[in-house]
Design a protein around this ligand. Structure first.
Ligand code: KG4
Ligand code: ZN
Length: 334
């Protein structure tokens, strides 16, 4: 049994986070400083503002993560940092911090893909079992990923336009709900019923790709029509109907991906996996189909450094180190 102590650093979007994870499985600390309040008044993340906040916070957050874990810098086996994808100015702060720490201490650096991090959030609950399929749904990504073993990612399908989280956020904006819209729609939908008829983009019969921009437009048209006719839109019902249309496709395509690859394990990952209806619907379907479904606990669904440390641990085990030429890559492929 390999042993390791890894520091994770995550600054890809609007969360400044640092964490210490032992053996890729045990979270000793996971400090998350959210900038949500700062960006809310702009209705979305302002990249320049995010970068500045990361600069202000990063050193303190890393110190706090080490302190809470009762770990000295010298005890670490590796430093794992999110290289991309994300906002380039935001990523740069974490990458610079990771490189500086690595250079000063001589502790090796590993570069983690943000989406790999989201997938490995599940490993913090129970070790991953391969082969597996993961549905990754976040603000920037909607993908079905096949993993044959650690550190190997094969994309089975992806969104052709908006990411699922992006669709939630855009529709919430249309409905005048505060940012971030996903949790707002989730909450509102609980009180609503699925009564508006909205389209689902299934694409070609065997495609595992997604498309959500048509759904967003349909919501817009529905609201415009209602306005013209001076009819009231029932927000809770619209939230429930929209959410259901998204989830329908996410669940169905995930099941198809599992059947196509013949795997036994399905993982949910990314910010949208916090959605309560998605968790319920996918759980139900997987129970019917006898698929082993793994869903991260809520606190590990959204951006955090523990998941980065977990993914980074397996790069460390395989000796896949980064050097001081490492650069942030906003469009990093998985
Ligand atoms: O993974 P994440 O924290 O950041 C990215 O890497 O993008 O995901 C953020 C996304 C946002 O679009 C947010 O609205 C969505 O996840 N989200 C949700 C819920 N909680 C967060 N969407 C639907 N229901 C939720 N409960
Ligand atoms: Zn994320």
């Amino acid at each position: 049994q390999k042993q390791s102590l890894v520091l994770g650093i995550e600054t890809s979007c609007d969360e400044t986070s640092a964490a210490v994870v032992a053996d890729g499985t045990r979270v000793l600390s996971n400090v998350i400083s959210s900038q949500m309040e700062v960006h809310r008044r702009f209705g979305g993340v302002v990249p320049e503002v995010a970068s500045r906040r990361h600069v202000e916070r990063i050193t303190l957050i890393i110190e706090q993560a080490l302190q809470e874990a009762q770990v000295e810098l010298g005890d670490l086996d590796a430093i794992a940092v999110t290289q991309g994808p994300g906002l380039v100015g935001a990523l740069l702060i974490g990458v610079a911090a990771g490189k500086a720490l690595s250079f000063a201490s001589g502790i090796p650096l590993v570069a983690v893909h943000h989406i790999a991090g989201h997938i490995y959030a599940n490993h913090l609950v129970k070790p991953l079992e391969f082969p597996l399929v993961s549905l990754v749904v976040s603000g920037g990504h909607t993908e079905l990923i096949y993993m044959e073993k650690h550190n190997h990612f094969e994309r089975l399908g992806q969104t052709r336009d908006d990411a699922a989280g992006e669709a939630f956020d855009k529709v919430a904006r249309l409905m005048n709900l505060p940012y971030p819209g996903g949790p707002q729609i989730d909450r509102l939908a609980v009180e609503g019923s699925i009564s508006y008829d909205l389209p689902r983009a299934w694409l070609e019969p065997d495609s595992l790709d997604f498309s959500f921009s048509g759904l967003k437009s349909a919501v817009m048209q529905l609201m415009q029509k209602a306005k013209q006719r001076q009819e009231e839109i029932r927000p809770a019902d619209l939230a429930a109907s929209f959410q259901h249309a998204v989830i329908d496709v996410l669940v169905e395509k995930s099941i198809r991906a599992v059947k196509k690859t013949g795997v036994k394990h399905l993982l949910l990952a990314g910010g949208v996996s916090a959605n309560s209806a998605l968790r319920v619907q996918l759980s139900k379907r997987c129970e019917q189909e006898q698929i082993d479904l793994r869903i991260p606990p809520l606190e590990l669904c959204t951006d955090n450094a523990a998941m980065i440390a977990a993914a980074g641990t397996f790069l460390f085990y395989e000796g896949k180190f980064a050097d001081l030429t490492l650069n942030a890559d906003p469009g990093l492929p998985l």
